[in-house]
Design a protein. Structure first.
Lengths: 252, 275
C-alpha cells in the first residue's frame, strides 16, 4: 500500500476511534435540577438548595456508582463491573440477545452508620406486565430466601450468595408520583453471618414507560430500597421517603 | 381470648400464609412502628388474593397530590404515598446529558453557512483565485448519544470569471454555481470538533455568447473540519474539496464548445446552527 494511502487510512481510522471519546456507557445524567435516567422515564429532583452539589440525599450519604467532579458533583457512571449486569432479552422474532445494562441506577452508602440505598430499573418479561405489584414484590422477597436467582431482583444481586432467612415485617400498597407501587419491609439473616439486615423496598411501574434496548422494548419496574441494621432502620426512613417523594415519572 | 387478640391472631396468620409461604414470617410489632399500623391492614386486605390488592391500587387519589412541597407521607389508610407535590411541569425537564450527548441539543437542525477561500489550479482562462459560497444546511443526527450524523447542503457560489481572447477565438469561464451536497460521513470528535466528508452535484451556469447559457452538471467532493462553539451553534473551520470550472469557447470554426477542468478548494467556513 502506498505511503500516502496508508496515511489517509490511518487518519480516518484514528478519527473513527476518537469519535467514541464521549462516554458510551451511561446510566443517567445529573442536570441542573435533577438526576435523569438515561431511558428518560423518571427523574429525581435534588434536595432543596442542593442544585450546585447535585445532592439527592442529605450529608452522610455518598453516591458510589458515579465518578465525581472537583466540586463533588457526580459526572459519569462508574465502569466498575459490580455496577453492571447482563440481561438475556428476548424478542418474539429476533430471538434472544444478551444486553449489558446498569445493575443499579443509583447506589448510595451511608457513613459512619452503615446503610445502603439504591434505585434500580428492571426490565421484565411481557408476562410480568400484568402481574400485580404485590405479587412481584412477594416473589422478589421470597427470591432472597432461595439460594438461586428467582423472582424479581429487588437488590441487583448485591447481597452475598448464601442461605438466607427472610422475615417479612410488613408490606402494602404505595404510590410514587401518583403511580401504583407496593412496598415491603423485611429482614434477611444469612445463616453464616447470624446478623440481620433490615430492608425497605418500594416497587413502582412508571406509567406506560418501557425499558428500551434499540428498537426492542420491555415492561419495566423501578425499585427503590434501603438496607441497614434493624436498630438504625427507622432513622433512615425520612431520607428514603424524601428521595422517593422527589421522583417524577416522565409524562408520555 | 379477647376479640382484639382474635383479630390480631387472624391477621398474623394471614400475613404469614400470604407472604412468607415456606419462609419464616414474623409480623411483629416493630413492623408497625416502621410503616404504620394502617399499612398492615392494607396488606392484609390484599393478602387474601393478589388481584384484590392490585385493584385497591388502581384508582389513585388525586387529593393526596395537592400542590406545594410537603413532607413525605407515612402510610395512612393502607397506602404509603411518596409525593412531595411538585408536578413534572413545575420544573423544566432537562433531558440533555452533556457527558454522553452531542451538541447542539436536538436531533435535527437547520443552519446557514458562509465559505470563503480559493480555487487551486488553473483552468484557463478560469483563474486560480478567490471563491465564496453562501448556503443553508440541514443536520440530522441518528442518535443524540452517537457521534454520527448527516448533513445536507444547498449552496450558491461565486467565482471571478475568466475571459481571454486571441485572434479568431474567445473563451469565457463560469461564475455562478448552485451546489447540492450530502455529507454522510459526519462525525463528532468529542464535544468540540466535527469532521465531515461527502460529495454532491454542482450546477454551473455557463453563459454562451448570445445572451443565454446553460447549466453544466458535475459531481464534486467536499470535506471540512470545524470547531463547535457556543453550545454547538457556531461552527468555525476549514474546508477542502474538488470541483470543476467550465470554459466555453467560440472561434471561427467552433461555436459554444465547453471544456472543463478540475480545481481544488481550500478555505474557511463559518456556520450558524439554528436552535
Amino acid at each position: 500500500m502506498r505511503a500516502p494511502l496508508r496515511l489517509v487510512l490511518g487518519i480516518v481510522l484514528a478519527g473513527v476511534a476518537a469519535a467514541g471519546c464521549k462516554s458510551a456507557r451511561q446510566v443517567g445524567h445529573f442536570g441542573a435540577e435533577a438526576f435523569y435516567h438515561q431511558r428518560d422515564h423518571y427523574r429525581i429532583r435534588y434536595l432543596p438548595g442542593a442544585d450546585a452539589r447535585a445532592a439527592l440525599l442529605p450529608p452522610g450519604w455518598s453516591l458510589q456508582n458515579y465518578a465525581h467532579g472537583p466540586e463533588g458533583r457526580p459526572t459519569v457512571a462508574s465502569e466498575r463491573s459490580r455496577y453492571w449486569t447482563s440481561y438475556a432479552v428476548e424478542h418474539p422474532r429476533r430471538g434472544t440477545r444478551e444486553v449489558r445494562a446498569e445493575r443499579v441506577d443509583l447506589r448510595f452508602v451511608h457513613r459512619p452508620e452503615p446503610a445502603m440505598m439504591w434505585v434500580r430499573t428492571v426490565p421484565t418479561s411481557e408476562e410480568w406486565a400484568d402481574v400485580p405489584l404485590e405479587g412481584l414484590v412477594r416473589g422478589g422477597v421470597l427470591g432472597l430466601a432461595a439460594d438461586r436467582e428467582a423472582g424479581l431482583d429487588l437488590l441487583g444481586r448485591n447481597l452475598p450468595v448464601g442461605r438466607t432467612e427472610v422475615r417479612v415485617l410488613g408490606h402494602g400498597p404505595a404510590r410514587v408520583d401518583g403511580h401504583p407501587a407496593h412496598y415491603a419491609v423485611f429482614e434477611t439473616v444469612r445463616a453464616e453471618a447470624g446478623e440481620a439486615d433490615r430492608m425497605t423496598v418500594v416497587v413502582v411501574r412508571p406509567g406506560e414507560h418501557r425499558w428500551r434496548y434499540g428498537r426492542w422494548t420491555f415492561p419495566m419496574l423501578v425499585v427503590f430500597g434501603y438496607v441497614s441494621a434493624p436498630a438504625r432502620h427507622a432513622s433512615f426512613r425520612d431520607d428514603f421517603a424524601g428521595l422517593v417523594s422527589r421522583v417524577d415519572v416522565a409524562p408520555r | 381470648m379477647t376479640w382484639g387478640r382474635w383479630v390480631s391472631a387472624v391477621f398474623a396468620a394471614t400475613v404469614v400464609l400470604a407472604l412468607a409461604g415456606g419462609v419464616s414470617a414474623q409480623a411483629d410489632g416493630e413492623a408497625d412502628s416502621e410503616v404504620g399500623s394502617g399499612s398492615a391492614s392494607g396488606s392484609a386486605s390484599g393478602a387474601g388474593g393478589v388481584d384484590s390488592g392490585a385493584g385497591a391500587l388502581a384508582s389513585p387519589r388525586r387529593s393526596e397530590q395537592a400542590a406545594g412541597p410537603r413532607e413525605p407521607t407515612r402510610p395512612r389508610s393502607g397506602v404509603w404515598v411518596f409525593d412531595d407535590g411538585v408536578e413534572v411541569d413545575d420544573v423544566p425537564w432537562d433531558d440533555f446529558d452533556e457527558h454522553a450527548m452531542y451538541r447542539p441539543r436536538g436531533r435535527s437542525h437547520f443552519g446557514v453557512q458562509l465559505r470563503a477561500g480559493g480555487l487551486l489550479g488553473d483552468v484557463p482562462p478560469a483563474p486560480a483565485g478567490p471563491w465564496a459560497e453562501v448556503g443553508i444546511f440541514y443536520d440530522l443526527r441518528y442518535s443524540p448519544r452517537r457521534p454520527w450524523h448527516l448533513r445536507f447542503v444547498a449552496a450558491f457560489s461565486m467565482q471571478p470569471p475568466g475571459r481571454d481572447s486571441s485572434p479568431g477565438a474567445i473563451r469565457e469561464s463560469n461564475t455562478w454555481v448552485v451546489r447540492t451536497r450530502v455529507l454522510p460521513l459526519s462525525i463528532d470528535f468529542g464535544s468540540w470538533v466535527t469532521g465531515r466528508l461527502g460529495g454532491g452535484v454542482m450546477f454551473a451556469w455557463l453563459p454562451d455568447f448570445a445572451g443565454g447559457g446553460d447549466f453544466q452538471v458535475r459531481p464534486e467532493i467536499a470535506g471540512e473540519v470545524t470547531a463547535n462553539l457556543l453550545d454547538g451553534h457556531l461552527e468555525l473551520g476549514l474546508y477542502t474539496g474538488m470541483t470543476y470550472s467550465f470554459v466555453r469557447s467560440m472561434g471561427t470554426m467552433t461555436f459554444g464548445n465547453v471544456d472543463d477542468g478540475v480545481q481544488g478548494q481550500l478555505g474557511v467556513t463559518v456556520g450558524w446552527v439554528l436552535p
